[in-house]
Design a protein. Structure first.
Length: 191
């Protein structure tokens, strides 16, 4: 089994990720492109784009100016497997078009003998937003936690709200599905 999270490898990848974040904040397109593996197998899923291959990633970077400001890394989890592979999972806060957003980013880095560390896959996602007419989840979380006498740490509150939003988004079409009136009900399981 490869060594997991060797301190020197974790430090090296962490420094590269810090430099990547600085390049992202500065919109340093050549530097950003250089962090990605120059291969047709590179994949980057953004919030609104699906990019396959380093050329597509570079073309996207060239034609798009980031819409965010005040990007702050909230949490970063680095996992290294051996000396040549790492995943970096991040949560960050940033202002997008004047609104504070909590987002996620994942990257897989591989160290190649000829070029060093490169990002081979990346994914950025936004939390689901609450559709109009849906209960205000912030208030629901607070009331539910109080009713259950369940302490809810402030740093975890946003994650709980986002989980409820996602669950509601998944359940909404299922609950809206109309069954024919002659549909037989499933039996109730009694242990």
């Amino acid at each position: 089994m490869p060594e997991v999270n060797a301190p020197a490898v974790v430090a090296e990848v962490g420094e590269l990720h810090d430099a990547y974040e600085r390049a992202l904040a500065a919109n340093d397109v050549p530097a950003l492109n250089a962090y990605f593996w120059d291969s047709p197998f590179t994949v980057r899923y953004g919030v609104n784009e699906h990019l396959y291959g380093a050329e597509a990633v570079a073309a996207y970077r060239q034609g798009n100016v980031p819409a965010f400001s005040e990007r702050t890394l909230l949490r970063r989890a680095i996992l290294t497997l051996g000396e040549d592979m790492a995943s970096i999972m991040c949560e960050f806060r940033q202002k997008i078009l004047g609104q504070i957003r909590h987002n996620r980013q994942s990257q897989v880095w591989v160290r190649f003998p000829d070029v060093g560390w490169r990002i081979v896959t990346a994914h950025v996602s936004n939390p689901l937003s609450v559709p109009d007419g849906i209960v205000a989840w912030d208030s629901y979380v607070d009331h539910a936690a109080a009713a259950l006498s369940l302490p809810l740490d402030r740093e975890h509150r946003l994650g709980v709200v986002q989980s409820l939003q996602r669950s509601a988004a998944i359940a909404a079409p299922l609950l809206a599905f109309k069954l024919p009136t002659d549909t037989e009900m499933a039996p109730v399981f009694i242990p």
